[in-house]
Write a protein that binds this ligand. Structure first.
Ligand code: ZN
Length: 130
């Protein structure tokens, strides 16, 4: 049994008369002739595809998970944070190393505009090579 979810994508079409329309479908769905016509019947002249908005999530969470062996009253990473990115279509996830609030803010600022149009790997690169 194949449990992989099919990726969804937006297909943004435009005709020569300036009309634009979108289709949201699994990325392996075949293109129908009706998909390539604007509501007024003109043929599409461009089609751009993008990963479906909402397939990627950026999670911010505390790094504290491990008891500090020198100070048992606290956990290692009490003042540190991690970013986890998740692709809800594929289940892929990647967690950053434990970072201070000062270090994590610029990463979040870089990731926010990327979440709509970039791939999981592009987001992961920001966490791997800050
Ligand atoms: Zn048109």
């Amino acid at each position: 049994m194949n449990q992989m979810h099919s990726l969804n994508e937006f297909r943004a079409y435009q005709c020569d008369y300036g009309h634009s329309w979108e289709k949201y479908c699994p990325s392996d769905a075949s293109e129908l002739e009706m998909d390539t016509r604007c509501p007024e019947g003109h043929d599409a002249v461009t089609c751009s595809k993008a990963i479906a908005i909402g397939s990627l999530e950026i999670l911010l969470h505390q790094a504290a998970r491990i008891p500090d062996r020198f100070r048992p009253d606290r956990t290692f990473g009490d003042d540190k944070y991690c970013i986890t990115i998740v692709d809800i279509n594929t289940g892929l996830r990647h967690t950053s190393s434990a970072l201070s609030a000062n270090a994590i803010l610029p990463l979040i600022t870089r990731l926010i505009p990327m979440i709509r149009s970039c791939s999981f790997d592009e987001l992961r690169k920001v966490l791997v090579e800050p």
